[in-house]
Design a protein around this ligand. Structure first.
Ligand code: FAD
Length: 434
């Protein structure tokens, strides 16, 4: 970068906006971030719940040790130790129908010898079935769904279907095979070393949000909460004014903007933007027990097959349940949901199914965009037809599903793009977003 650093205005303090702000502030660029809510974190946040008297997350968030951008971000903000997980790659499952349990245990290196060890793979299917499934996913055309690619594979119900729903928050019958392959390639494809399951030790806020806010404060970056961007005013092919409800923020000719809001907000601010426009819900149930519980299999989570609950997570005396692609479930009332989920928890962990413990049900109705091939084709790139405006967010074209890793990568990509922006050497990008 030449000359004095130019201010960047970042709209949205979810992980995409925060990672962009951190990246820029770390290299000395003045940053102002505007957040509509009274807190940062967006769809990845924690609070102290009054019913449970515990810090809970809006949803269980699983990362894998191959999520390199997320881990780099945590190290950068001084939270490198905020995630916890077992020393190796273990992914335990329990079949609620048959009562059978198994643990996927990929070996550390890239050569997948674990597939030849029956105790490390999905029971009832041999190494050839595992390999054929991976090959079918790798070869699937862009328009294929996970079911198109894998429905006939013997591991479909016990591996591919739950993975697709967990990773893409979309039923396997609709979800993009290509997006699942990209995740599998960066994790399973890189060996077990990239597949250790990691969860936030003391909650999402303590890992991803609070240390970032401290980092930004230490680097002189400003955050304005309760600031909802309503529109941008353009002059020629650049954004000249940011319009908030109670104020206008005029931009100097060399200042730039990163819009790191969800797709529905981006559509209101930039009516011509092409963006995914269908979403799916995730429902989480948090249950407070009278003692700490350990899940079987030596990991902080347990995959469930054949019930309503899909994944269990344990943190001290709280068991949390995740159900993705949960649009129908999210329409039911909280107590009905709690009873359904608790029945599955009790069956999996041999607990009393009748006495539903104190609980909190959290419904995120637009948890992520619907990650179908058609919706994925609507993801815009980082740069837009407005010279000084970039986009970030898990819904932009990161090449990955809508996850923490994708959101953070999008923020880092936008930071790189605006760092290069200078009015004198601007070459307009092909008009992809506005
Ligand atoms: C329940 C749940 C479970 C999940 N589980 C996982 C998981 O296990 N693993 C994983 O990797 N990912 C998971 N995800 C996905 C992950 O949380 C998201 O991909 C990520 O948090 C998205 O970050 P973002 O910054 O792109 O968007 P957001 O978090 O939506 O941030 C956008 C921010 O912009 C603000 N904003 C909106 N409009 C305006 C405006 N006009 N002006 C100013 N500010 C505005 C919003 O308030 C928000 O803070 C889950 C998500 C949910 C909801």
């Amino acid at each position: 970068m030449t000359g004095a650093a130019r201010r960047v205005h970042i709209v949205g303090a979810g992980l995409a906006g925060l990672s962009c702000a951190v990246e820029l502030a770390a290299s000395g660029v003045p940053v102002t971030t505007y957040e509509a809510a009274g807190h940062a974190g967006g769809r990845c946040r924690s609070w102290n719940d009054r019913v449970l008297d515990k810090i809970i997350d809006n949803g269980n968030h699983l990362l894998l040790s191959g999520n390199s951008s997320a881990l780099d971000y945590l190290r950068r903000i001084g939270a490198g130790d905020a995630l916890a997980g077992p020393p190796g790659a273990v992914l335990p499952f329990h079949d609620l129908g048959s009562g059978e349990g198994w643990v996927l245990r990929p070996n550390d290196g890239r050569v997948p010898w674990w597939l030849f060890a029956p105790s490390r793979r999905v029971p009832g299917a041999g190494a050839v079935a595992h390999l054929k499934g991976l090959a079918a996913l790798a070869r699937a055309p862009t328009q294929a769904t996970v079911a198109d690619a894998l429905a006939r594979n013997p591991l479909y119900r016990r591996l591919w279907e739950p993975l697709a729903v967990a990773v893409m928050n979309t039923r396997a019958a609709d979800a993009s095979a290509l997006l699942l392959w990209r995740t599998v390639r960066e994790t399973l494809g890189a060996g077990g070393r990239a597949c250790r399951p990691l969860v936030a030790r003391r909650g999402l806020g303590a890992a991803f949000v609070d240390p970032a806010l401290r980092f930004l404060a230490e680097h002189g970056a400003e955050i304005r909460f309760g600031a909802r961007l309503q529109a941008v005013a353009a002059e020629g092919a650049r954004v000249a004014v940011l319009r908030f409800a109670d104020t206008d923020v005029p931009l100097e000719s060399d200042e730039s903007v990163v819009l790191a809001v969800p797709p529905w907000s981006a559509g209101e601010i930039l009516p011509d933007v092409t963006a995914p426009d269908r979403h799916h819900a995730i429902v989480n149930g948090h249950f407070r027990l009278d003692r700490a519980v350990e899940l079987p299999g030596g990991a902080p989570l347990l995959g469930l097959v054949g019930g309503t609950a899909q994944w269990l997570f344990a943190r001290d005396d709280v068991i949390s349940v995740t159900v993705s692609a949960a649009d129908a479930l999210a329409e039911r009332d909280g107590d009905a949901i709690a009873a359904l989920l608790w029945a599955d928890v009790a069956a999996a962990l041999n607990l009393d199914g009748a006495a539903v413990p104190p609980h909190r049900i959290v419904k995120e109705k637009r948890a992520t965009f619907a990650q179908t091939p058609d919706q994925a084709a609507r993801r815009p790139g980082t740069r837009t037809a407005l010279a000084n405006l970039c986009l970030a967010g898990d819904w932009t074209d990161t090449g990955l599903p809508a996850t923490i890793e994708g959101a953070i990568r999008s923020g880092q990509a936008a930071a790189g793009a605006v760092r290069d922006f200078a009015p004198e050497n601007w070459n307009p990008a092909p008009p992809c977003a506005t």
